[in-house]
Write a new protein. Structure first.
Length: 743
């Protein structure tokens, strides 16, 4: 079947091919967070940026795999010549940098972000993405090579290494420009390795010792469809898990790469020659599905370290189980590129559904529980032994046993639902949930019963409330997140949450509708400075606010002060102007609202446009990093008058922003004071940390004199390096101990 093999191709060269595949995959997944990190200053720090990036990468990967599939039909020498030419052309775009694309119009980010990333990294990503299937194809062409599938496990190990290297090594130690040049050097090394691989196959004169694809037996369409589905569900689940982590905590490369990292590790286990670990994990996947998966419809009240770890562990178990089933359905090696092409198509479809379709179709992250249920429909039942055989249940008795189990399950689910409804019963949630998960394992031999029982558990553990909220229209979803508005008639209060983080509240009592609440109480830094703006800055002080939220700050407006709000999300503007929250129309109807990224829009204003400027933009619990860099503060100071005051909101559960801000203020020689306000728990006010900043020390002294009984303080030790657009990391300032106190 194969042609002659010369001396240079006398050995399979497994190590060389493994190193080449590892290197290519390492570079491929190192560049992903690097380019997404480059894009953050243009995109407002939205958590969905990473999902948009992943859609682009998956589409380019699909293109690369299709290219490898078509290229592999020709002799090695022609393949090598074409591939080297492609690499050389793509190299003209190095070092990697962002394309010069005009900013997106408000509301069009979902399409603009993929276009920006495709133009920025598309050529080199496409070229590198083809190397894994192409090198495996070349390797398998040798008569003594054997099965190539273990090399795919090596590919994913390299991918995992690239992902982990970025947040732990590249981002904390290297500027983006340095990262781009080092990656370019790796690109050249990869080209050399591919040339060496081609040399080992140079003497094979026909497409390979394998059967050419056009001569092999056709693959049934149903089997190809199963490959696509088994690849699509884990891909979508990985991205929906990422949405949860980055929305409810903060957007940073470490949380981007965790779900993708375990997704890639699952391939390493699932495609390994030794099948024992994959079978064990496939069995555990049912346990994770019925326990952690049962919480998939909880929309609030379940966050922190335990849910984070549980969701990532569940992702690993499910991905490994489904990818192991995918491996079990693999074709013969001559159909290798077709198999990988179908896998890549499935991955791209899962990404498109989660990142593009779901934000437009759903008011909440319904894609997550839907994908959990889809995974339950696909998990291999054979991973668990059929207990009916061990119990020696006769076939005619199985229906009676199933009915008894269903009755027991229904009673247990009802008790679980009641425990979630009433505060006094909530300590019973965990033991009842564990009992439900154990009982659910008995349903696995009947897949329809197992999936139905899992759905019932989801509904009992918060899913019913989530459905009720959606039916009541309490949620608004946009590219930048999910906003939930709740009204509490008894307390005469309306709140807005972004993800699970409170972003503001307003009293529904007509007598208190103008009263600032939440983070803007009378004892907060914002309350003191904005409430005394006339005395500090004059009766006609020009005031700007980065971040609209519920519009609470508008109720500090006095007289004919000109106010300007900068807001990136049109959905937030609608909530503040359609009567949901009435601070803005009641207190500052003359205020101007500018839609777009606050930093980019503020940069367009004339110098010295504002006497008081508030930096109060948050994405869920996180301040977007690009609003905290040296370049960002340069924009703020340009917009601030010489004696103006800047108020910076640094309240945060998971990141200590004080050192980074202290370092920036020290580098610029600015005067500042910090006020920590901790009001009593039974009030409508929340604990906050606000920092007053000015070029004029007299202004800071005047602010301190506003409330001498609760003094402002100096900022703590500064960070060793100033954050810049191309060199900044949240990682050293994450307050990990706070995760332990969140549930």
């Amino acid at each position: 079947m194969g042609g002659a093999v010369n001396a240079s191709a006398s050995r399979p060269a497994r190590t060389l091919f493994a190193v080449t595949i590892l290197t290519g995959s390492f570079l491929l997944f190192l560049v992903q967070p690097m380019v997404a990190r480059m894009a953050l200053p243009r995109l407002g720090g939205a958590p969905n940026v990473w999902n948009s990036a992943m859609v682009v990468y998956q589409a380019l990967l699909l293109g690369g795999y299709y290219y490898a599939h078509r290229l592999s039909r020709w002799p090695v020498r022609r393949q090598a010549a074409i591939h080297f030419g492609l690499f050389a052309l793509a190299a003209l775009t190095l070092p990697v940098s962002l394309a010069n694309l005009a900013p997106a119009a408000p509301g069009n980010e979902v399409w603009w972000v993929p276009l920006l990333l495709a133009l920025s990294v598309g050529p080199v990503f496409f070229a590198v993405s083809a190397q894994a299937p192409l090198m495996q194809r070349w390797y398998a062409m040798h008569p003594q090579a054997g099965q190539p599938w273990a090399l795919y496990a090596a590919s994913n190990l390299g991918s995992f290494g690239g992902l982990i290297a970025y947040p732990l090594l590249a981002e904390p130690w290297l500027a983006l420009r340095q990262q781009a040049w080092l990656w370019s050097g790796g690109y050249v090394v990869l080209l050399v390795l591919i040339a060496l691989c081609a040399r080992t196959r140079w003497g094979i004169s026909v497409p390979g010792s394998m059967i050419p694809p056009e001569q092999s037996a056709p693959i049934p369409r149903r089997r190809t469809a199963m490959w696509i589905v088994l690849a699509a569900v884990p891909s979508g689940l990985m991205l929906s898990t990422t949405t949860h982590l980055t929305t409810d905590i903060f957007a940073m490369p470490l949380l981007w790469v965790m779900p993708l990292g375990v997704y890639l590790l699952s391939f390493t286990v699932a495609f390994a020659d030794r099948r024992g670990p994959a079978r064990i994990i496939s069995a555990l996947a049912w346990v994770g599905m019925l326990s952690v998966g049962g919480m998939a419809m909880v929309s609030y009240g379940w966050m922190g370290l335990v849910p984070l770890v549980c969701s990532v562990v569940l992702l690993f178990l499910v991905c490994t189980a489904l990818h192991a089933r995918l491996y079990d359905l693999r074709p013969e090696p001559e159909q290798l590129t077709t198999f990988y092409l179908a896998m890549s198509a499935g991955g791209a479809l899962g990404g498109v559904f989660t990142a593009l379709v779901a934000p437009l179709a759903f008011d909440w992250v319904w894609e997550y529980p839907l994908l959990i249920l889809a995974a339950a429909l696909l998990l291999p039942r054979g991973a668990l032994p059929d207990w009916r055989h061990f119990a020696k249940i006769e076939p005619e008795l199985r229906h009676a046993v199933l009915i008894a189990l269903l009755a027991t399950g229904a009673a247990l689910v009802w008790q679980l639902h009641q425990a979630n409804l009433y505060v006094d019963s909530r300590p019973l949630r965990w033991p009842l949930g564990a009992a439900a998960a154990l009982l659910g394992l008995a349903f696995v031999p009947w897949r329809w019963a197992a999936v139905s029982f899992l759905t019932a558990i989801m509904l009992a553990q918060g899913g019913y409330d989530t459905l009720v909220d959606s039916r009541a229209g309490l949620r608004t979803r946009s590219y930048f997140g999910v906003y939930t508005v709740r009204t509490y008639p008894k307390d005469k209060l309306r709140t807005m949450l972004h993800g699970t983080t409170l972003h503001g509240e307003q009293s529904t009592d007509p007598m208190r509708r103008r009263t600032p609440l939440a983070y803007y109480g009378p004892g907060s830094g914002a309350g003191l400075v904005f409430g005394n703006a006339r005395e500090l800055l004059g009766p006609h002080a020009r005031i700007g606010v980065l971040g609209l939220g519920t519009g609470t700050l508008a109720c500090f407006a006095q007289g004919d002060q000109p106010w300007t709000f900068f807001e990136i999300d049109p959905a937030v503007l609608r909530l503040s102007t359609n009567g949901t929250f009435t601070y803005l129309p009641l207190c500052a109807p003359q205020a101007k609202v500018t839609l777009g990224d606050a930093r980019l829009e503020l940069a367009k204003t004339p110098r010295g446009s504002f006497d008081l400027l508030a930096i109060d933009a948050f994405s869920s619990d996180s301040v977007p990093m690009h609003l905290f860099t040296h370049e960002a503060f340069g924009v703020y100071l340009d917009a601030l008058s010489p004696h103006g005051v800047m108020m910076v909101h640094i309240s945060n559960n998971f990141i200590d922003l004080e050192p980074a801000l202290a370092g920036e203020l020290k580098a610029r020689g600015l005067s500042a004071a910090l006020r920590d306000d901790n009001p009593q728990r039974d009030t409508d006010y929340w604990a906050t940390s606000w920092v007053a900043v000015s070029r004029d020390p007299a202004q800071i002294a005047a602010i301190k004199a506003l409330d001498p009984d609760a003094p402002w303080r100096a900022l703590g030790p500064p960070a060793p390096a100033v954050w810049r657009d191309d060199y900044a990391s949240f990682l050293p300032y994450v307050t990990w101990h706070n995760f332990l106190g969140m549930r």
